[in-house]
Design a protein around this ligand. Structure first.
Ligand SMILES: O=P(O)(O)OC[C@H]1O[C@](O)(CO)[C@@H](O)[C@@H]1O
Length: 434
């Protein structure tokens, strides 16, 4: 992963970060790096995530996957970090895989779930259930729905299901009861940091991806971690995003210029929001996509409040496709170009447009979108997030604020006593009916 923070410097952007302030911040980065390395050495909760490239066991994962390695379709059932890492990898590498049809059930929208299950060749479909706690309502509800669909179709779901979960809990019991292939969500690794573990790699394995290359790219990024933001791409990104937030740039629009990285932006949004949104601090991630959002969100980022960092992700190499000649007036310039050249020109123009308007932006560059580069991007953003958590002085590895709604949900469904559920039900009404 290459990082260019030039368009976030005060000489270009307002608000921007001066070189002097980054040099002063670098002392805190050095201290944070020491803290991070100590946490990794002790496999401390959260910091342990940065050891995954060395801890993950591709052979163990492939062995668990073996009974369904030839599946024509794969249903992954999980939510948050238990789905987004796998979806990011599978979607990014779609063109490199073995053609397995993939379905990710990470919502309980009944119409959507029913539609996603329709037409799947269940006898040739694998089920990948992922939940660290094993108690997440959405995941268990969707698993029960999928299991019933298999049973109704006369397909033995126990022969097609892999479970990835914690040491104990309902999913662990289910795996033990039915002797299902199962893998562990690694201890000390919060879900949003677990893409480079079985949580994200089982789906990659079923789709025929090179797990070793993913982990090698991540390890290369791990090897780049150092005590200075000027020597470490991940820390340069994390420190600059933090420094911009300290100057009022409270929004971070993650805008990859590759359709294959659209899900990656969703994964980044959970990582950044759930890790840093603590103690009334944090930077709001926005999922964006180039070139598409040049025709929507760009208006706000160039002419709205000076509060958004746009993070571009581009791939230096990509397959290309010529644009046919045209006699349509004013479009003749396209006829000599390719789609790749058009995308590259649009990226360059958008990056320059924001810089010309003094709007901070950072460029992350991959050589290409393949396993190695993707592993480096995922790891790099995780390391950037851990560093930002140190600079914000927040606990980047818990998520207490998501618990209230879970308890209220259970209360509203009669699954537990939670007084606030009534408060939710008794909110002041002001309905404006058509
Ligand atoms: O893996 P689990 O325990 O099902 O949790 C799924 C997701 O829910 C959260 O715990 C938030 O509720 C995320 O941090 C996590 O990625």
């Amino acid at each position: 992963m290459h990082v260019d923070i030039g368009n976030a410097l005060a000489s270009v952007a307002s608000p921007g970060v001066s070189r002097d302030s980054l040099e002063r911040l670098d002392e805190r980065v050095a201290n944070a790096h020491e803290r991070i390395e100590a946490g990794r050495a002790d496999d401390e909760h959260g910091y342990a995530a940065l050891n995954l490239p060395e801890r993950a066991d591709p052979d163990e994962i492939r062995s668990a996957v073996d009974p369904v390695a030839d599946a024509e379709a794969l249903i992954t059932i999980g939510i948050g970090g238990s789905a987004l890492g796998a979806a990011t990898i599978v979607d990014a590498l779609e063109n490199e895989g073995d053609g397995t049809e993939t379905v990710f059930l990470d919502n309980v929208d009944p119409e959507w779930v029913s539609r996603r299950l329709e037409g799947l060749p269940l006898a040739e479909t694998a089920i990948n259930v992922v939940s660290r706690s094993g108690t997440t309502a959405e995941t268990l509800a969707n698993f029960l729905v999928v299991r019933e669909a298999f049973e109704s179709a006369g397909v033995d779901w126990t022969e097609r299901t892999i479970v990835t979960t914690g040491e104990a809990g309902p999913l662990r019991d289910l795996a033990d009861r039915h002797d299902l292939p199962s893998l562990r969500v690694p201890d000390g690794v919060p879900g949003r940091f677990s893409a480079l573990s079985a949580v994200g790699l089982v789906a990659a394995a079923v789709c025929g991806h090179d797990l070793e290359a993913l982990l090698a790219g991540a390890q290369a990024e791990a090897d780049s971690l150092s005590g200075s933001l000027f020597e470490c791409p991940a820390y340069a990104y994390g420190a600059t995003a933090y420094a911009l937030d300290q100057r009022g740039v409270g929004t971070n629009a993650m805008m990859p210029y590759a359709e294959s990285l659209e899900t990656y932006a969703e994964w980044f949004a959970q990582l950044w929001a759930e890790s840093l949104g603590k103690d009334e601090l944090g930077q709001t991630p926005v999922r964006a996509l180039g070139v598409t959002d040049q025709h929507s969100q760009l208006q706000l980022y160039r002419a709205g409040p000076r509060e958004t960092l746009v993070t571009f992700v581009r791939s230096r190499e990509t397959e290309d496709r010529p644009i046919p000649e045209t006699d349509v007036d004013d479009l003749s310039y396209l006829g000599d170009a390719t789609l790749g050249e058009l995308l590259e020109a649009e990226f360059a123009a958008t990056e320059a447009s924001l810089a010309a308007a003094g709007r901070p932006n950072i460029r992350l560059e991959l050589e290409r979108v393949d396993e190695y580069e993707l592993g480096g991007l995922l790891y790099g953003m995780e390391a950037a997030c851990v560093l930002a958590g140190e600079l914000y002085e927040v606990n980047a590895f818990n998520q207490p604020a998501v618990e209230w709604a879970k308890k209220a949900t259970r209360g509203l469904l009669g699954g537990g006593e939670f007084a606030e559920a009534e408060a939710v039900a008794e909110k002041t009404e002001l309905r404006v009916e058509r």
